[in-house]
Design a protein around this ligand. Structure first.
Ligand code: NAP
Length: 270
């Protein structure tokens, strides 16, 4: 495969230093830059930068491989550190690229006023929240009513997104080889009148979720870092997407090693 590389980067000073070196090394290796029709997208920055890169090229997932360089700590979507750029470009030049793919979340929003539904893909998660009043929503699994949720909101995440917002609201960390999505509650109200399961749920790839909203204008929906305009929403539908994101896997970082590195760190052996 002849490589055509697009680069997505944040504006941190350390990133700008790495970018200079990266452009120089790619030119030396005769690997062209093509921001419009790449087959390899390199993100330089953090996991947030990789999320932006994903959304920029999410219409081209069949053709595009992703690769992440982290200019800070080790990330979840970023296998390479800023000081390893030379080795990375060497691999691009010398090796046949292999890939590993991860599940994505399909988000479909339907509306009460007849406007066409909208579809999005999330790499981390989608959340539904409401202004400063309690959010009330009916949660359906397949087409069966499962519970009426009351609280601050709901988060539905992918396995790779399970270490992000999902983890902060008490969801489980899920290995990305599991093709599933996870529904987690955000501060649910549970008392004698209102009852929800109270724990997060892992939903299989052949099931789907529908979150039916009450007629009110002040819900808001996020898809990763994006805020979705929310007028007249009837329901948000979630399922594991048929599309997947593919990463270059010539260097494989064990998922549990990343989790340990990010959240626990060194342990003194007794
Ligand atoms: P941000 O608010 O600037 O950064 C959120 C943090 O989450 C960054 O430290 C980012 O890592 C990290 N992160 C992103 N994806 C991750 C993943 N899959 N696993 C573990 N950590 C991850 O927002 P952003 O950089 O644009 O990223 C948007 C994401 O932030 C959302 O999808 C959501 O998951 C997360 N977020 C979390 C909370 C929370 O935990 N309370 C609140 C808002 C948003 P880097 O430093 O490597 O970029």
């Amino acid at each position: 495969m002849t490589l055509k590389v697009a680069i997505v980067a944040n504006q941190e000073p350390q990133t700008l230093r790495v970018l200079n070196q990266l452009y120089h090394l790619l030119a030396e290796a005769n690997i062209p830059i093509d921001q419009d029709q790449p087959n390899l997208v390199i993100s330089v920055g953090g996991d947030g930068t990789l999320l932006s890169a994903f959304h920029r090229y999410s219409e081209h997932l069949e053709e595009v491989l992703f690769m992440g360089v982290h200019t800070g700590h080790l990330g979840f979507y970023t296998d390479w550190r800023d000081y390893e750029i030379e080795e990375m470009v060497q691999k691009l030049r010398d090796e046949t690229l292999t890939s590993t793919s991860y599940p994505l979340l399909e988000v479909r929003i339907t509306y009460t006023d007849g406007q066409p539904e909208r579809r999005f893909l999330a790499l981390n998660e989608s959340t539904i929240k409401r202004g400063n009043t309690t959010m009330v929503a009916d949660v359906y699994i397949r087409d069966e009513l499962f519970e009426r949720f009351r609280g601050d909101g709901l988060s539905v995440s992918t396995p790779t997104g399970s270490t992000a917002y999902n983890k902060s609201v008490g969801g489980a960390v899920i290995h990305p080889s599991i093709n599933a999505m996870q529904l987690a509650e955000i501060a649910s109200l549970n008392n004698r009148l209102f009852r929800t399961l109270g724990s997060s749920l892992v939903i299989a790839a052949d099931d789907w979720l529908k979150i039916a909203l009450q007629p009110s204008g002040d819900y808001f929906v996020t898809v990763d870092q994006l805020d979705i305009p929310q007028d007249q929403m009837a329901a948000v539908h979630y399922r594991v997407a048929k599309e997947r994101i593919r990463f270059v896997s010539n260097r494989h970082m064990h998922f549990w090693h990343r989790v340990q590195d990010a959240f626990i760190g060194d342990i003194e052996k007794s």
